[in-house]
Design a protein around this ligand. Structure first.
Ligand code: SF4
Ligand SMILES: [Zn+2]
Length: 156
């Protein structure tokens, strides 16, 4: 991904950013060499403080910002009580409700639907009949056939 296509490139301070002059580098790369070269450029960047401040304030989980990797920002955020940069599931999902404690209308709706599905599964499991196989005998020679027929038996 090019540095030109990121949320960072839309920030007002980005006009003076050095990463804009290095389209050959990927500020979101997972390769150590790319990251090292990006961090070197960040260290010379006149807007590095604004860049890092924004990433820390918003908990951005992607790429190098202001000379810090996502892992370094995560550590820094934990130490200073800032938003921890983590990838969250989208709104309108039960995971966002249960694991990330979002209580927006879409997440509440998704959670309600998930609870209903779970209750229905429990109800279905409780009413399912247990079936035992019964061997059918051939009418012609009284020999057991290879096929079996299921006989419905109520669960104990
Ligand atoms: S600090 Fe690094 S990532 Fe931030 S604007 Fe400057 S060069 Fe780009
Ligand atoms: Zn939500």
């Amino acid at each position: 991904m090019s540095a030109f296509t990121t949320r960072r490139s839309q920030a007002p301070w980005y006009r003076a950013a050095l990463c804009g002059a290095h389209p050959e580098l990927d500020w979101h790369s997972s390769e150590a060499d790319q990251r090292r070269r990006c961090i070197q450029i960040c260290q010379e960047c006149p807007v590095a403080t604004a860049c890092l401040t924004e990433a820390l304030a918003t908990g951005d989980p992607w790429g190098v910002w202001g000379g810090m990797t996502a892992g370094q920002r995560e550590h820094h955020a934990e130490q200073h009580g800032l938003p921890v940069p983590i990838v969250r599931p989208t709104h309108g999902t039960n995971t966002r409700y249960t694991k990330h404690h979002c209580r927006c209308a879409a997440c509440r709706q998704a959670h309600t639907a998930a609870v209903r599905r779970q209750r229905a599964r429990i109800r279905d499991a409780a009413t399912t009949k247990w079936t035992s196989p019964a061997i059918e005998y051939s009418e012609r020679n009284d020999q057991p056939r290879c096929s079996v027929a299921a006989a419905g038996v109520d669960a104990p």
